[in-house]
Design a protein around this ligand. Structure first.
Ligand code: NAD
Length: 398
């Protein structure tokens, strides 16, 4: 990235731990002086972030294309009652920021998964360090170069790097860690956080099943032909196809172009259930289809596996929809479409069980980066006797 060495925001390689601690201390001081809590600061920073996005649209397209081959069109996405005994009193929930937060993002939506939590952390009034994924270097570099130019550098830093840098950051004390990534690293993050009792939000991964009702007509099924190609993982994806019994299960596609790192959209019918293509995340145009005899079997299949981040069901059967919602557990459920719940800010986004915990997007992001402090305001005006001993039958009955 540019400005190398000029600014802490661009530290790429292994960080000098002493200077990192000093710089984190600076962020903590920014937090302590109260700057990030004013609504003016929060609004200014959010507006600056909007400006960053608007003024750098072309660079955003380019970074996402360089890292993920994303076409331009894919880049867009468009309290409390008080008991009578305490009368007169009132209560309210006062949100307060958490302090200095650490945000890790992953490579597959490298800008969205970095900026969405940053927006939440700013709106709640925190200072923060963002560590983007090193596996999307153009996007990571874009964030490291633009954020310091648009946002308050005393409060918001970007540190680039891979697992080594991530591990170094985890050695420090944070007031919140927001992590998007895989469950293995999620465990590392949570272990590090436990040392300081730091709260964590873990946005993890796993398999997201899609139930397809056999009663749907073929015109409904066209909706399903949506696939995401990732050039970088060509080798991993081709290895998935080499597992015993997997090649034989291909019913559509299967051509590979190693020179161009292209994989034809491929459908596999009933590959072995123990094959990695069934058990592991795919991130490529390979679609294993498992046939089951009944909806009971579908539900059992899902419930025997780790709780998914998202569950999709394609059906017009209202009864089946009810059963999917009430008899399975997942971060979210979407009927007759995929992924679109991601852009509905009224809906919480997050996992459950193995797919993580905590939720964000919209108001949920604000809550995730805030502490909701319960504040009870009493008055000296009236004191109700039964609150205090000595107790008698009358007072106990009150
Ligand atoms: P990852 O866990 O390898 O990396 C995530 C972040 O953690 C990166 O910034 C990386 O540099 C850092 N990191 C990696 N190893 C580390 C270590 N040992 N110590 C400290 N930091 C470390 O994940 P990924 O490969 O970038 O992303 C793919 C995973 O993320 C998949 O499992 C996917 O399902 C999941 N994911 C989840 C969501 C969600 O919203 N729940 C969204 C996208 C991706």
């Amino acid at each position: 990235s540019s400005q190398a060495g000029m600014d802490f925001s661009n530290d790429q390689v292994v960080l000098n731990s002493e200077s990192l601690e000093m710089r984190l201390e600076k962020l903590r001081q920014t937090y302590k002086n109260g700057k990030t809590r004013s609504s003016v600061w929060r609004k200014t920073q959010l507006k600056a972030l909007l400006k960053l996005l608007r003024e750098n649209e072309e660079d955003i397209y380019k970074a996402l294309y360089d890292d993920l081959g994303k076409p331009r069109v894919e880049t867009y996405r468009d309290e409390g009652r008080i008991p009578l005994l305490f009368f007169p009193a009132s209560g309210e929930v006062v949100p307060e920021p958490l302090g200095l937060v650490l945000i890790f993002s992953s490579w597959n939506f490298p800008l969205d998964l970095a900026l969405e939590p940053v927006i939440g952390a700013i709106s709640a009034g925190n200072t923060m360090v963002l560590k983007p994924s090193e596996l999307a270097p153009s996007c990571s570099s874009f964030l490291a170069n633009t954020i310091p130019r648009y946002l308050d550098n005393d409060a918001i830093k970007v540190i680039e790097g891979g697992p080594d840098v991530g591990a170094q950051l985890l050695e420090h004390k944070w007031d919140k860690i927001f992590f998007t990534g895989n469950p293995r690293v999620g465990r590392i993050v949570m272990t590090a956080a436990a040392k300081h009792l730091t709260p964590v939000t873990l946005e993890l991964g796993g398999k997201c099943p899609a139930i397809v009702d056999s009663h749907l007509s073929s015109s409904n099924l066209k909706t399903l032909c949506i696939l995401v190609v990732n050039k970088r993982h060509f080798e991993r994806l081709t290895n998935l196809l080499r597992d015993p019994g997997v090649l034989d299960s291909i019913v559509h596609g299967g051509s590979l172009d190693e020179a161009k790192l292209l994989i034809e959209p491929t459908i596999l019918l009933d590959p072995p259930l123990e094959a990695e293509i069934v058990t592991e995340e795919i991130f490529g145009p390979l679609l294993p289809v498992i046939t089951v005899k009944s909806i009971d079997e579908s539900i059992e299949f899902i419930n025997q596996r780790p709780k998914p981040l998202a569950l999709y069901a394609f059906t017009n059967d209202e009864n089946l929809k009810k059963r999917v919602v009430s008899q399975t557990s997942s971060g979210s459920v979407t009927f007759n479409d995929v992924i679109v719940h991601l852009v509905c800010d009224e809906l919480p986004f997050g996992g459950v069980g193995q797919s993580g915990f905590g939720k964000y997007h919209g108001k949920y992001s604000f809550d995730t980066f805030s502490h909701g402090k319960g504040v009870l305001r009493r008055s000296f005006l009236i004191e109700i006797g039964p609150r205090f001993p000595p107790w008698n039958d009358f007072k106990l009955a009150f």
